[in-house]
Design a protein around this ligand. Structure first.
Ligand SMILES: NC(=O)C1=CN([C@@H]2O[C@H](COP(=O)(O)OP(=O)(O)OC[C@H]3O[C@@H](n4cnc5c(N)ncnc54)[C@H](O)[C@@H]3O)[C@@H](O)[C@H]2O)C=CC1
Ligand SMILES: O=C(O)C(=O)COP(=O)(O)O
Length: 529
């Protein structure tokens, strides 16, 4: 397995990757986009920070790629949509640099209140300017935090230690968390009107882009101080520059920019009331050691064990969960494959129902397995749990999931029904049997059957008449196909019955043609699980 470390991650992280048996590690920092295209052509994993851009083009140039690991939080340098389409897991290390970024934010807040960088520069220049560099106190001032996630929360604690009043705007903030953090949850407008200092801590999205623009700045107190250690573009730079010049904003501290690296001639560089750092939030020894090792372990787990943690494009399953879910994932994948083979090529939806123990587990992962199983014969190797939902959506197939607590005859039961264009349902039912949790098919199209969900199956719907089992047995025997197991079922005597025959080898053309042409057999499908 080849891993490209495209941005500088900690030496410990790289060493961890090198120690893994069968791993080849290539370190290539500061490569041009053209060089990246060349470097990725045979890699299975790419480790990045925020510098290397993993674009759609890069993903297309990497046919072997399984995982992109971001040693840090923001994945804005990765085309997550394109990765998802291609079944590439994108993962980050969400908490390793929280404290580092909260502390840098505080360094900026303090440097905005007390002009330490400017005073220090003046001292270095040989001056003693005591009057020029007076500041303001944080004590009893109001800090507005926009985005109360991991970093916002740590900034709040530090602000409280300084005796600041904290107000927060975060549309997804649970009232209980606001209460626990002793912050006042307010609307964005209230925050803008009340705050002496404002800091932003959320990702750059369509909703957050230019959240602080001319109109928002006009709502702020005159002399407000603003900080952005999250993502460039949350505060509109052109509006901020004007407000810094007019004095509406007394000072600003920026670690991130609309374009990085910041242009040499950016006006921000020449304003005396703004402090700039070159995207240093996560740049502490501790944070880099943490995220470097974390991403190395996560990449290794995906490649060697199939364990996915902190994925941003699929639900994560850790090793403990995999132990419990493993048999369900296997059953789900088989039910998906089976239902696809007994239904028409074009369906409009997949209806999945869970009963029993499974409803208390993370059924999301099982749903993805069913989707992957359904697509196995349609999309081949291209499909996995990451892109299965996307690929089904692209085919126009809706997926409906129901968890039912009604009584059933099994400890757990999964039903997968493919609904065709005419609304007709083609369904399979499966369960896990015994201590070994063996997957079993216990129903097909509303008929009870009982057959191990493995190997080669012949699914037959025949007229319920004497001698059918014998006829099928003779036909298969004559064409050299041995029967391993068989299950019979019917709804009403005299109507059609279902026969599920587990066979040791695939019936040849002769047997298939005969079965299909048989006047008493309405459906004959050979299914490989
Ligand atoms: N400067 C640097 O080097 C670093 C920057 N970051 C950036 O800091 C940001 C925050 O990171 P974390 O706290 O770890 O993320 P997080 O996911 O823990 O928190 C983000 C918060 O933003 C909130 N949010 C989302 N949309 C919002 C909206 N429209 N308005 C207000 N709040 C909204 C979410 O509810 C969440 O609570 C990310 O953009 C991350 O990339 C993170 C680490 C280092
Ligand atoms: O983790 C993040 O979101 C960061 O912005 C840190 O970026 P970096 O790894 O220092 O290039």
């Amino acid at each position: 397995m080849k891993i490209l470390v495209a941005d500088k991650i900690s030496a410990k992280g790289v060493a961890y990757l090198r120690e893994q048996p069968g791993f080849e590690v290539v370190e290539a920092y500061g490569s041009s986009p053209e060089q990246v295209l060349e470097l990725v052509k045979d890699v299975h994993a790419i480790a990045v920070r925020s510098e290397t851009k993993v674009t759609r083009e890069v993903l297309e140039a990497a046919p072997e790629l399984k995982v992109v690991g971001r040693a840090g939080v923001g994945v804005d340098n990765v085309d997550v949509e394109a990765a998802t389409e291609r079944g590439v897991v994108v993962m980050n290390t969400p908490s390793g640099n929280t404290i580092a970024t909260a502390e840098l934010t505080f360094a900026h807040i303090l440097s905005g209140a007390r002009p330490v960088p400017q005073a220090a520069a003046s001292m270095k220049a040989g001056r003693w300017d005591r009057k020029v560099f007076a500041g303001v106190e944080l004590f009893r001032k109001t800090l507005g935090i926009i985005g109360m996630g991991r970093i916002g929360g740590e900034v709040a604690k530090r602000a409280q230690a300084f005796g600041m009043q904290v107000v927060a705007y975060d549309p997804y903030l649970a009232p209980s968390r606001a209460k626990a953090m002793q912050v006042e949850a307010v609307t964005l407008d209230e925050l803008l009107e009340k705050s002496d200092f404002i800091t932003v801590h959320m990702p750059l999205t369509d909703d957050t882009k230019y959240m602080i623009d001319e109109a928002a700045l006009a709502k702020c107190k005159s002399g407000v101080r603003l900080y952005n250690c999250a993502r460039g573009g949350i505060i509109k730079e052109s509006a901020l520059i004007e407000a810094l010049k007019s004095g509406q904003v007394a000072g600003a501290g920026l670690d991130v920019f609309e374009e990085e690296p910041l242009a040499n001639d950016s006006e921000l560089r020449s304003l005396s009331n703004v402090n700039l750092t070159p995207h240093l939030g996560a740049s502490t020894v501790e944070a880099q050691a943490a995220v470097g090792v974390e991403i190395a372990e996560q990449i290794s787990d995906v490649l060697s064990k199939g364990i996915i943690r902190n994925a941003v494009n699929m639900p994560s399953i850790d090793s403990a969960a995999i132990k419990v879910l493993g048999p369900y994932l296997d059953l789900g994948s088989k039910l998906g494959t089976l239902v696809q083979q007994i239904s028409p090529n074009q369906i409009s939806s997949l209806r999945i129902t869970y009963w029993g123990k499974i409803i208390d587990l993370d059924a999301n992962a099982v749903t993805r397995s069913i989707q992957r199983g359904y697509l196995r014969r349609i999309s081949g190797d291209e499909v996995n749990e990451v892109n299965a939902p996307y690929l089904l959506k692209r085919l126009g197939v809706e997926v409906e999931v129901t968890k039912s607590n009604s009584d059933v005859d099994y400890t757990e039961l999964i039903s997968v029904a493919a609904i065709d264009g005419e609304g007709k349902s083609h369904s399979v039912l499966g369960t896990l049997i015994g201590k070994a949790q063996q997957p079993r098919i216990v129903g097909i199209n509303g008929r009870e059957v009982e057959v191990a969900a493995e190997g080669k199956l012949l699914v037959l719907e025949n007229l319920d008449q004497p001698g059918m089992v014998g006829e099928v047995g003779t036909l298969l025997g004559r064409t050299g196909v041995n029967i391993a197991d068989m299950s019979l079922s019917r709804l009403v005597q005299g109507e059609t019955a279902y026969m599920v025959v587990r066979v040791d080898s695939e019936p040849g053309d002769e047997a298939r043609t005969e079965l299909k042409a048989h006047p008493k057999i309405k459906l004959a499908k050979f299914v490989q699980l």
